[in-house]
Write a protein that binds this ligand. Structure first.
Ligand code: GDP
Ligand code: IMO
Ligand code: MG
Length: 430
């Protein structure tokens, strides 16, 4: 009997999860996504090729691995069809190496409409959703109104679909009568619904399984499973800066419910973070930089959303937030990404505490929007030099090693991987 390891983001998403899952895949038999949906954008680069995945696990690039989309994930046929096309165009085979849980929920065209009208109605209080239908689809799941992948195997699927559609449109009309003017991926609703139905045929052709049995049997046979998180801990529905969060549990506990894994089956917990911070969408971000330094991080780090192309907000590393994430997830190995982005800086700041309404604390306040948070910084010396990807950890600049040691001491968890570029090969292991 083996246990399943999990890799998850410790910040606000986009930490580089896709890259590292791809790097770790050779050591596993099965890679499984457990939550989120096409709001995720996981980038993988190798051999001068670049792929962005939204629903399919990042293990898909290694031959002979099985990729499972777990019950906790929500699937948009339109998006997954495009993903499969992107992969096959790039010479990556998608067939029996992709298995989908019958219990994953479907994102319907009307979920996307609802997402759009709800966000619009929020005005300047908008979440900054990716508008992929995430909130409305998980809402239907929790309120026991959702449609699942397994329902596609039922004879009355069309009837079920139309009942949901009508129920959703009643609500949409309250917000916007002329909903045909709301464009979904550039298309009016009816046109989008047609392409969605075409894409549904692709989903009908995917191999469907009862993934909780499949994965538990795999562990019983000694197979190695890696669970791939989406989003990040600070976007968790329970522990993120509510309401500026996503609609799923992005933490280790989400893997248990999103794959059907008992807590006793959780093995290593890999926590991944950028050497600085980014956030896309609205919501609190204590170390955000509004100055040239913030712009420099955005430019050098190419900080533009993988899913929406929106510029990401940038700032210094936030240790109170990272400590919180380590605690909530039970992280036992850390991975630091994008160290190369800090190459040109003479000095690097790290927030070690917060000053909340004048009082020093290490805790994340209950309502981050209702208080004044001022980060308390320590300044470390930058390494101010290019990094060689072939290099061993020992040969990295002293200042970078000091930066890593400082983080390890603060978080009391070892940093095992340092990423120095987007390519698979630009990865230094310790
Ligand atoms: P994910 O959502 O956590 O998988 O991360 P994204 O793919 O959305 O964003 C990470 C971005 O950083 C992608 O464009 C990656 O190609 C890129 N990236 C990953 N690791 C590194 C790194 O070490 N250095 C640099 N410069 N870019 C990186
Ligand atoms: P990956 O897996 C970064 C953010 C959105 C928005 C909020 C809610 O690539 O790290 P939603 O569409 O879920 O209703 O949006 O969450 N968000 C992400 N930010 N990376 C992601 O995924 C994200 N998925 C959602 O920008 O602020
Ligand atoms: Mg991303």
């Amino acid at each position: 009997m083996t246990k399943a390891d999990v890799l998850l983001g410790l910040q606000w998403g986009d930490e580089g999860k896709g890259k590292i899952v791809d790097v770790l895949t050779p050591g596993y038999h099965i890679i499984a996504r457990f939550q989120g949906g096409p709001n995720a954008g996981h980038t993988i680069e190798f051999d001068n090729k670049k792929f962005i995945l939204h629903t399919i696990p990042s293990g898909i690039f290694s031959n002979d691995k099985v990729n499972v989309i777990g019950n906790g994930v929500i699937i948009d046929p339109y998006v997954i069809k495009k993903e499969i096309e992107q992969l096959t165009d790039g010479g990556i085979e998608v067939g029996d190496n992709l298995l989908v849980s019958r219990k994953s929920h479907l994102i319907l065209p009307t979920h996307r409409l609802l997402d759009a009208v709800y966000e619009k109605a929020k005005g300047d209080k908008k979440i900054g959703s990716t508008l992929k239908g995430i909130g409305p689809t998980y809402t239907d799941k929790i309120s026991r109104n959702g449609l699942r992948i397994g329902d596609l195997e039922k004879a009355n699927f069309d009837e079920l679909y139309h009942a949901s559609r009508e129920r959703h449109l009643k609500t949409v009309r309250i917000y916007q009568q002329d909903f045909e003017s709301v464009l979904i991926d550039g298309m009016p609703f009816t046109e989008y619904e047609n392409v969605w139905f075409e894409a549904l045929e692709t989903v009908r052709g995917l191999k469907k399984i009862n993934s909780e049995y499949y994965l538990n049997n795999a562990l019983a046979q000694g197979m190695r499973v890696l669970a791939e998180g989406a989003q990040g801990t600070m976007l968790d529905i329970d522990f993120g800066s509510y309401p500026f969060v996503t609609s799923s549990n992005t933490i280790t506990a989400g893997m248990c419910t999103g794959l059907g894994m008992a807590p006793s089956k959780v093995g290593e917990v890999y926590g991944i973070f950028k050497a600085y911070c980014t956030r896309v969408g609205s919501g609190p971000f204590p170390t955000e930089l509004f100055d040239d330094t913030g712009q420099q991080l955005r430019d050098i780090g190419n900080e533009y959303g993988s899913t929406t192309g929106r510029p990401r907000r940038c700032g210094w590393l936030d240790l109170p937030a990272l400590k919180y994430a380590v605690m909530l997830n039970g992280v036992n190995e850390l991975m630091m990404m994008k160290a190369d982005v800090l190459n040109p800086f003479d000095e690097i700041k790290v927030a070690v505490k917060y000053k909340v309404n004048g009082e020093i604390t290490e805790e994340i306040p209950y309502d981050e929007t209702g208080v004044e948070i001022e980060p308390v910084y320590e300044t470390l010396k930058g390494w101010n030099t290019e990094l060689s990807p072939e290099g061993k950890y020992e040969n990295l600049p002293e200042e970078l090693k000091n930066y890593v040691s400082f983080i390890e001491e603060q978080l009391n968890v070892p940093v095992k991987i340092i990423s120095v570029g987007p390519d698979r090969d630009q990865t230094i292991r310790r």
